[in-house]
Design a protein around this ligand. Structure first.
Ligand code: ATP
Ligand code: MG
Length: 697
């Protein structure tokens, strides 16, 4: 599983890429036509690299003309990514080798020999460009507590940051970090609200070669402590308070609680505090006042020269399946893919206003609030609030106010907003919108349709992108302008991505999604390379194993069926959770559903469904039967839930994902053994579900 390809000649020496070379007509549609989509029947056979034998040719699709000009992967993935890296990234020194993989040892490397800095030149800090880029939307919330809060929300001035100001602020913050003793390779923990300072801090780390570890500023002291310790952060950057949804969140206090343990207090030498609200007592003895310290610094800091493979940042996964993993991303591979995908997957065109409302605490925020948009010189929007504050029209009011062209959120937010009247959406002008993005969980067809019809007036592209903290950028997504989107399907691989669906067992209905190679793949788990190698590269040698199930339909399009860990085995038939959940949503009265397996005397495993009804929906004697009928209609008798528990809430990670592993334990009566719950955002939901479960049984 070791190979390399050189930059000078993409058609040598890797035999792995030959299938692409054999079809050398200029056709970049091949990735769409199913050639790489293969089912392999045994796990050892699966280890073989992609071959040309399964090439099924579908008729040409009409692509958006823009892509004809910019993307062409007919030379194979290495050639494609090599070209893209040279086109989108500013290098101090060109790379000599596009990629080198030795996956047996968990070595993934791209653009070897290249030297760059992610905060520099056209990468993220174009110095002389005055396009406004960062528009935090709710400095107004600071005033939300004042008498006239509604008025402030509408009228408060919006802070815009130009690229030249961004550059100056990044340099100043970088100088502050240097003064605090931060050196190249040191990890810096960012526990900050969504204001321009978190962007300055990320890029300042990048500028001096330090590795940022952003922790979502909603995590508890315990979660923060374990992440500081695991990453070995000597410096923490935080704020006195955050303001979210009209509430103040005492960040500095939480940092103090996190540091109040021997290990952590000894490790962290410096706490830098951004005065966000200016609350009295917001800074503690020994703290550095970030804004004051920056004011004293020179607005220039010489960038550190970094080799391609040197780390840019580390980031913890959401913790849906267990203990979060601290994944480390490289500088060049990550930057290249973030820049290219931001442009191509979301159809970013110069001059557009791009809004990804994810928090920077998640990979989506890293790639599509910060690094991707800034690398493309885009106007990017920072969203500090929640979608339901002051009411469920918040996003769409923003769309109208800023003329947003691309809007990107999560299925959990969409399902939450769907519960309320469409009026919250339709009263705002959304004519600027072209692309509506989603990622993080399956976007069920019902939610897809609402997003498409109500938010997008039936005319915008819905881009349901499938990816992970590990992959850094989407692996699968529909292509803008192709008009062949299927609600609920992740559709097809992005250019230069080679996915495979592999299977241990021919009889199994649930197939595993794997990816061959891509530049923005995480390079290691911080402090545990062995876990990285075995988890991701040890399952199907030569392939990165995603942990998700997928199926390919008759047109060659891919559907994510849910996590492999969540697969339910009913009388020997294996089923993914996503399709049963979507079937429940088709009932019309269901806002959200989570399905798990539980021990069943006869069938081995039974299907247990937790269901949240839409606002105003009443539970009647027929509700359970109607829900079962909905599943029988769309999938069949085998998938019909044995138990349906109507619940007001579901346990979710702080990134908004349903934690099925907890629901599985409850369904199996294992209340005391719920596993790692530190990433849970709503523990009270678990208690309520356990009480109801006990009442049912
Ligand atoms: P952990 O790895 O700690 O268990 P996590 O997998 O939830 O947590 P993330 O990296 O934030 O952490 O999420 C990636 C996962 O989210 C994917 O593996 C997949 O299960 C799910 N996912 C992301 N996007 C989509 C999508 N568009 N459709 C379906 N599932 C998705
Ligand atoms: Mg995961």
């Amino acid at each position: 599983a070791s190979s390399a390809s050189s930059a000078s000649s993409a058609s040598s020496p890797s035999s792995l890429l030959q299938p692409h070379h054999r079809h050398h007509h200029r056709c970049h549609l091949r990735l769409l036509n199913g050639q790489q989509w293969r089912g392999v029947s045994t796990s050892t056979a699966a280890a073989a690299p992609p071959s040309s034998s399964s090439g099924e040719e579908h008729g040409p699709l009409m692509l958006h003309p823009k892509f004809w000009q910019t993307l062409d992967d007919s030379g194979g993935p290495a050639h494609f990514w090599g070209e893209q890296a040279r086109r989108h990234i500013t290098w101090y020194h060109d790379f000599h080798t596009v990629q080198h993989h030795d996956t047996d040892r968990g070595i993934v490397s791209w653009f070897l020999g290249g030297i760059l800095n992610a905060s520099c030149a056209s990468n993220c800090g174009r110095c002389n460009n005055v396009i406004p880029v960062v528009k935090p939307t709710n400095y107004s919330e600071l005033h939300a507590h004042s008498a006239n809060s509604q008025l402030h929300l509408k009228l408060a001035g919006v802070k815009q940051v130009s690229y030249s100001e961004l550059h100056a602020q990044v340099c100043k913050l970088a100088n502050v970090l240097k003064l605090a003793g931060v050196k190249k390779g040191d990890r810096v923990c960012l526990y900050m609200p969504m204001t321009p300072y978190v962007v300055y801090a990320m890029l300042a780390c990048a500028r001096i070669g330090a590795v940022h570890s952003v922790v979502f500023a909603g995590f508890s002291a315990t979660s923060l402590r374990s992440r500081i310790l695991d990453a070995g952060c000597k410096v923490v950057i935080t704020a006195d308070e955050a303001v979210r949804g009209g509430k103040r969140i005492p960040l500095r206090q939480t940092v103090a609680d996190a540091l109040a343990s021997d290990g952590c207090a000894d490790l962290v030498s410096t706490v830098l505090v951004q005065r966000r609200t200016g609350v009295e007592g917001g800074l503690r003895a020994g703290d550095i006042d970030l804004i004051d310290a920056m004011a004293k610094e020179r607005p220039y800091c010489e960038p550190e020269m970094l080799f391609s493979e040197e780390p840019l940042f580390m980031l913890y996964t959401s913790g849906s399946t267990g203990q979060p993993k601290g994944l480390v991303h490289s500088t060049a591979g990550y930057m290249t893919q973030a820049a290219v995908t931001h442009r191509a997957i979301f159809d970013y065109q110069p001059g557009d206003v791009y809004a990804c409302v994810a928090d920077v605490g998640w990979i989506t925020g890293h790639s599509y609030v910060v690094y991707g948009p800034l690398a493309n010189g885009a106007t990017t929007l920072l969203f500090e609030s929640i979608p339901t504050y002051p009411d469920s029209g918040r996003y769409w009011e923003m769309v109208e106010r800023y003329g947003i062209n691309q809007f990107f959120t999560t299925p959990t937010a969409i399902r939450r907003l769907m519960k309320d009247a469409d009026e919250f959406v339709t009263k705002y002008d959304r004519s600027s919108l072209r692309v509506l993005g989603s990622a993080g969980e399956p976007l069920n067809p019902e939610a897809w349709k609402w997003y498409h019809n109500v938010v997008g007036d039936g005319r915008c592209d819905i881009i349901d992108s499938w990816w992970q903290t590990e992959t850094g950028a989407p692996m699968l997504a529909p292509l803008v302008g192709t008009n062949n989107h299927k609600p609920g399907a992740a559709m097809q691989p992005f250019f230069g991505i080679t996915p495979a669906i592999l299977n241990d067992d021919v009889r199994s209905a649930v197939l595993r999604a794997c990816v061959y190679r891509n530049p923005s793949m995480a390079r290691t788990i911080h402090g545990d390379h062995e876990r990285y190698t075995s988890t991701y590269w040890g399952v199907y040698p030569g392939y990165y194993f995603t942990g998700d199930g997928a199926r390919r339909d008759e047109d060659g399009h891919l559907w994510i069926t849910g996590r492999v860990d969540d697969v339910i085995n009913v009388s020997g038939h294996r089923m993914g959770t996503a399709e049963i959940e979507s079937a429940l949503l088709e009932h019309g009265g269901v806002a959200e559903a989570a399905v798990v397996g539980y021990p069943h005397d006869v069938k081995g495993q039974g299907v247990y469904a937790y269901v949240i009804l839409k606002a105003g929906e009443r539970v009647t004697a027929e509700t359970a039967d109607e829900l079962k009928a909905a599943v029988r209609r769309s999938i069949g008798g085998l998938a019909v839930p044995d138990v349906i528990q109507i619940t007001p809430d579901l346990p979710k990670t702080r990134s908004g994902k349903i934690m099925r592993r907890i629901l599985r334990k409850i369904a199996a009566n294992q209340y005391d053994d719920l596993g790692d719950v530190t990433t849970l955002s709503n523990p009270e939901a678990v208690t309520a579900i356990i009480d109801d479960h006990k009442a049912i049984h």
